[in-house]
Ligand binder design. Sequence first.
Ligand code: DP6
Length: 324
Amino acid sequence: MKNAAAIAHPNIAFIKYWGNRDPVLRLPVNSSLSMNLDGLTTRTTVSFDPQLPADRLTLNGQEVSGAGLQRVTALLDRVRRMAGLSWRAEARSENNFPTGAGIASSASGFAALAVAAACAAGLELDERQLSRLARTASGSACRSIPGGFVEWQAGEDDQTSFAFAIAPPEHWDLADCIAVLSQTHKPTTSQEGHRLAQTSPLQAARVASAAQRLAVCRQAILQRDFEALAQVTELDSNLMHAVMMTSSPPLLYWQPATLTVMHAVVAWRAQGMPVCYTIDAGPNVHVICEQAYAAQVARQLQELPGVQTVLTARPGGAARRIND
Ligand code: DP6
């Protein structure tokens, strides 16, 4: 038996990944930029076992089969190929954040799985190799391998598409106050969404201008310029949702309460509060602010109609092995 355990945090993208050039290798059409979320954590153990007839996956205590298991097996197959190992594995994964609250767990889940599986198989992979490994299972997972503020360079091929830190978590005291909304519909998966992106007539324009937004965003982070970060982050989120809404079939992730929160955030910023919104493939709104304002922002969000709960996260560290 060969065991290892790892933890990883989800991340929130300021410049979004939406659409793949190569859906199998998950080579994205544009580079993206995100912040890891401390406090929200996935913990995964992997045990390669010569006795097992097939891979097994348990998520929050529930056995998973079908597509979810297949995605895990595909990552384990890559690890087995690299390590020259034929044993099947059991993966157990737990999130400390509420499931069904619409907080994407594939980024932290596959980042933790990549680290745990590589360690269990006895591979000594560097951060770049781990990021590439996680990427093939879930694009955004490659950004949960390094710590802090992270850029995923789209690259040309499997070798050159990976994520790296542009600043450590302590670089900037930001917070993500996640407004979890009560009316969550089962959304179209990101995997399906990436495929549909190219059907939107707006995708080409979004992609053509993404590198410029990323440069502005990177600079805003490095200089701790909140107003510049706010403007480019909201623009990039709006552009991605414009693509989603104009795909065939259209993807409409927003709920009425999503728009309520967006309007409130814009009004608060106009009053001088350093705060902005960004939204992923779901109705919840990630409200980014300076940490000094996080308690007030969370309180104000909580009072808005349709907001069920607010989770607050600070910039988080890298995916890492832990003692089981
Ligand atoms: C909207 O990484 O979840 O959150 O590669 O199919 O697993 P897969 O997709 P995923 O897509 C994330 C999309 C997003 C934007 C982002 O995080 O950049």
